[in-house]
Design a protein around this ligand. Structure first.
Ligand code: PLP
Ligand code: COI
Length: 386
């Protein structure tokens, strides 16, 4: 680590100031605090992996990170071969669902460097989920540096091509073997990674849901709680049977306001203004959402974060003032919507041209993430050689 640090500082032409500052922080943290025991795999599965047909979430890299929470603190930091774990069948995660996760991505640049996109935003949200689910927080440095160390070890698993990336799945589960309903005293925090391709391979045919609900005021919709996804399965399955790819979730009270789409935030271009639902108890505060709003404001586009009514969206679809609709998320990236159905009436959206907001913003975002354009926002966190 010391050598890596010296090397970087001796070759400033290759690294910008943000990277040098980041390296100093990394160096201090590792020297002072984080002791990760590493057990390497004996036979890598890399050569058996078909990088031309990745899909999403099917393939896992060679190693995973695990930390235990016992006696009121995080301990036993370790990187081990990816594989099954043993926990008690009485563990509270199985019975009362104290479980939550994050989704993050890492990208390989043309020069071989690997960067993680805005991991501190995910660390902060992970801890907001932890607070809501009565679980312990994970120090942000632990969250990010454990991830960086894991990715460094499995660097070869990060796909090279634009459109592909390394998906990173940090998560926490409650492990107390006790059937009383109360917050667990013990937890495991783990990180898995795996190369992934597109989550949505084609423009989406979606339905505005007016019966089932994903989240309600005072609930856990803003947290990335596992239970939110379990509750969404059945309505999504019904929608699939009707031929839809995804559901647009609306408010629990009267189903009059748009909230999210499946596992992504939702944005529209209406009268040349970018609009999206404001964050509240019922809406997950997406990292991609924040990124796209920042890029839009940077190019002086009108942006509105507010309650978005179903009525105005339908009127916009009818009179043509709604020109773009797309989901935004880590897995989803920017996923265009081709058709929206409301109460049995289907509205088709013309394919957005290359100059449209969603297409040019996806290009800008990819250019930053894959190192093809300067990262003036400081969003890329570089994985050092440890
Ligand atoms: N909303 C939900 C319910 C999600 O699962 C996700 C995916 O993470 C998002 C929104 C988008 O969030 P992000 O951009 O941080 O991935
Ligand atoms: C992500 O975009 O990272 C998500 O968590 C969505 C996932 C549920 C597929």
């Amino acid at each position: 680590m010391y050598l890596a640090c010296t090397q970087v500082l001796c070759s400033p032409a290759c690294y910008n100031l943000a990277q040098i500052v980041q390296l100093f922080v990394t160096y201090n943290i590792f020297c002072k605090a984080m002791n990760i025991e590493i057990t390497k795999i004996t036979n890598s599965r890399l050569s058996e992996t078909d990088f031309s047909d990745l899909g999403f979430g099917k393939t896992f890299s060679d190693h995973m990170f695990i930390a235990d929470y016992t006696g009121g603190e995080w301990r036993n930091f370790r990187i081990v071969p990816f594989g099954n774990i043993t926990i008690s069948p009485a563990a509270s995660v199985f019975h009362y669902g104290q479980a939550f996760f994050e989704g993050v991505k890492a990208y390989k640049h043309a020069d071989g460097q690997v960067s993680i996109f805005r991991p501190y935003k995910n660390a902060a949200r992970f801890n907001r989920s932890a607070a809501r689910l009565c679980a312990p927080k994970v120090p942000e440095q632990l969250f990010v540096e454990a991830m960086a160390r894991l990715i460094d070890l499995d660097r070869e698993w990060v796909p090279q091509h634009v459109g592909n990336s390394l998906y990173i799945r940090p998560f926490m589960i409650a492990t107390d073997a006790l059937l009383g309903v109360r917050p667990s005293d013990e937890y495991q925090f783990m990180i898995l990674t795996g190369p992934s391709g597109a989550y949505f391979p084609k423009p989406l045919n979606v339905k505005i849901e007016t019966h089932y609900t994903r989240a309600c005021e005072g609930g856990i919709g803003f947290a990335k709680a596992a239970g939110n996804y379990a509750g969404a399965l059945m309505p999504s399955q019904l929608a699939h049977k009707e031929g839809f790819d995804q559901l647009i979730w609306t408010d629990a009270n009267k189903h009059e306001y748009i909230e999210e789409m499946g596992a992504a935030n939702l944005m529209f271009v209406l009268n040349d203004t970018l609009i999206t639902a404001s964050c509240r108890d019922t809406v997950l505060e997406g990292v991609t959402r924040d990124t796209i709003l920042e890029l839009a404001r940077y190019e002086h586009m009108n942006v509105e974060e507010r309650r978005v009514s179903v009525k105005e969206i339908i009127e916009g679809l009818k009179d043509g003032s709604l020109t773009e609709a797309f989901g935004v998320g880590t897995a989803a990236t920017i996923a265009p919507i081709a058709a929206i159905t409301f109460e049995g009436e289907r509205f088709q959206l013309a394919e957005a041209p290359e100059t449209s907001f969603s297409k040019r913003t996806l290009k800008k975002l990819n250019d930053i993430r894959y190192g093809l354009a300067e990262d003036t926002f400081g969003w890329n966190y570089f994985v050092q050689n440890f």
